[in-house]
Write a protein that binds this ligand. Structure first.
Ligand SMILES: [Fe+2]
Length: 300
């Protein structure tokens, strides 16, 4: 499990970016969500540099270690690809490339050693058997040991990132590993049995379903106010007399209509939301200034 405290929001199932697109007839606006509630979500994995050693089209496989190196420090890596509503993503491509234990990248090796691609299973899982990478010089300075990943799935924004290991002495002097964005990507190498030099590593990659839709914020968003996150009700009102709400709908992440109010022609409205499960929803408003879709979060 990735080292962060997230609460899985149950019952949401999987979502498709295309589906979200289909009901975003207007635009999606981000609305401020407080820190406490953001921490409940499976935040998108942060990016890191691609680096100079990427090769495309690595073979589909879990074992990326050449036979002659099989006695090195073995790493059994596993995890899942999920969305930022914590749903698994099947069929995502997880590419891993790395230096070997002697810090060598093999850019030209025909066998693509220390490189592989895994297509995630129905539960979003992926697996790699590899070795602990060595440190290598970047200019005059060593980089901390790291694994490179590229995670792609049609409809989502791709992730290019790196995983580092807790306790690596070169992390504090490395501009990428020491960046705040990398903090959740510094993870423990857990030895399976003491002294056997075999380790487990677990990391979940979270694809960003929301920003993948690349929505535009509607011009009238600044004049709409509503409580978000919401608990037992959500109250919506406009700030200016010339912004009138004609209709309001709450949709789940599959685009299914959950609650609605039509023929409003008013500047304020309210939905009772006690019956909604906790999680992510969308508020779609039809107004005198166009249609807007807003991300909203129900909490207990
Ligand atoms: Fe590297």
């Amino acid at each position: 499990m990735q080292r962060r405290n997230f609460l899985k929001i149950g019952g949401l199932g999987s979502i498709s970016a295309g589906l979200i697109h289909s009901f975003l007839t207007g635009s999606l606006a981000e609305n401020p969500v407080d820190e406490k509630n953001l921490s409940l979500m499976c935040e998108p994995t942060t990016a890191d540099i691609l680096g100079p050693y990427y090769r495309s089209n690595s073979p589909l496989r879990s074992d990326i270690v050449p036979e002659e190196d099989n006695d090195e420090n073995t790493v059994y890596m596993s995890g899942k690809v999920i969305t930022n509503d914590c749903s698994p993503v099947e069929g995502a491509s997880v590419e891993l490339w790395q230096a070997d234990g002697a810090s060598e990248y093999y850019m030209l090796a025909p066998d693509f050693r220390y490189r592989g691609t895994f297509i995630t299973n129905s539960d979003g899982s992926y697996f790699f058997n590899t070795v602990v990478p060595g440190h290598y010089l970047n200019g005059s300075q060593y980089r901390p040991a790291h694994l490179h990943f590229r995670v792609t799935k049609q409809g989502f924004r791709s992730i290019i990132t790196q995983i580092y290991f807790e306790g690596d002495e070169f992390i504090p002097i490395d501009p990428w590993a020491s960046a705040p964005a990398a903090s959740l990507r510094i993870i423990p190498l857990v030895e399976v049995n003491t002294g056997e030099h075999k380790y487990e590593l677990n990391f979940d990659f979270s694809l960003d379903i929301i920003t993948s839709t690349e929505p535009e914020v509607p011009a009238f968003a600044a004049n709409i106010k509503y409580n978000n996150p919401f608990v037992s009700s959500i109250n919506i009102q406009t700030n200016t007399d010339d912004l009138i709400i004609h209709a309001a709908e709450i949709l789940d992440i599959h685009g299914k209509l959950i609650l609605s109010k039509y023929r409003l022609n008013d500047q304020s409205l309210s939905f009772k939301t006690d019956a909604l499960r906790s999680g992510l929803y969308f508020l779609r408003l039809k107004t005198s200034q166009g249609i807007g879709v807003f991300r909203i979060v129900k909490t207990d």
